[in-house]
Design a protein around this ligand. Structure first.
Ligand code: AMP
Length: 255
């Protein structure tokens, strides 16, 4: 496994690659959800590039950025075990030589849900993903349905800007409790982690979003939004300082 932490080295290495290249962009603190994206890339591509970068531009909350779990040594071990070919671990200075004065803004879907709750979040996401796509020139990129709105926006960006990278969505990986895996889950206390699985349960077992919101509020969640849209149910809620998001197809409701 090649670990690359400069842009020049990445570009040189990339230009020497042949075959179908897949990329899996992440912010690290890897879990089974990330590993499943890597497996999908390995299934469909000859070479898999994993990127690990906690992207400051997509954090609207400085506390969230400060406390975001960073476990690079462990991540590299997991990537190696998983058979990743290349890991790209840039820093913010090299990814933003312009000081983030150039930004990609989407003006419609990104105003809703996560975009409404987290001003600037999607501009940060789209800008970094475009930069990574330009550097890695992957044939395929793998994103999780866990961040469903992000997946839709990245797919929309690829189409709108005629990018040569095909964006492929992969299903949400959950804990046995139903809790959607997330790097932020490690910031939950033990009791919070047990409670956190109720987010998925309430989403699945409530006939309406109002009913789910009432259940979650009674359990101690601070619900940011819960919305049915386009055949799916989307929710974001705080447990203590940790903000959880999830989504399910409405066909998965068990009333
Ligand atoms: P992150 O490191 O949280 O930015 O996530 C990197 C990629 O992994 C994104 O495409 C996420 O949607 C995806 N991902 C995160 N958690 C999960 C999960 N539980 N199941 C599937 N994909 C996930």
């Amino acid at each position: 496994m090649q670990v690359i932490d400069t842009i020049d080295e990445l570009v040189n290495y990339r230009n020497a690659l042949s075959g179908v290249v897949g990329v899996v962009p992440t912010m690290g603190h890897l879990h089974q959800g990330h590993l499943t994206l890597i497996e999908q890339s390995q299934r469909h591509c000859d070479v898999t590039v994993l990127t690990i970068f906690v992207n400051p531009a997509q954090f609207n909350n400085p506390q969230d950025l400060e406390h975001y779990p960073r476990t690079l040594a462990k991540d590299l071990e997991m990537a190696e075990l998983q058979g990743v070919d290349i890991v790209f671990t840039p820093n913010a200075d090299m990814m933003y030589p312009d000081g983030y004065t150039y930004q990609l803004h989407e003006q419609s879907l990104s105003n809703d849900m996560e975009g409404a709750s987290r001003p600037g979040h999607f501009a940060g996401v789209l800008t970094i993903v475009l930069k990574l796509f330009n550097l890695i020139k992957a044939d395929k990129a793998f994103f999780g349905e866990k961040d469903y709105q992000q997946l839709q926006l990245v797919q929309g960006m690829a189409k709108a800007l005629f990018l040569q990278t095909e964006v492929i969505g992969c299903p949400i990986v959950r804990e046995p409790s139903g809790l959607a895996m997330s790097s932020r889950n490690s910031r939950l206390s033990a009791p919070e982690r047990i409670l956190a699985s109720k987010l998925y349960e309430a989403m699945r077992t409530s006939a309406t979003t109002d009913e789910a919101k009432t259940k979650l509020t009674e359990l101690g969640f601070k619900v940011d939004y819960i919305i049915d849209k386009g055949g799916r149910r989307f929710a974001a809620a705080f447990l203590g300082q940790v903000r959880l998001i999830d989504n399910i197809p409405l066909s998965d409701l068990t009333l």
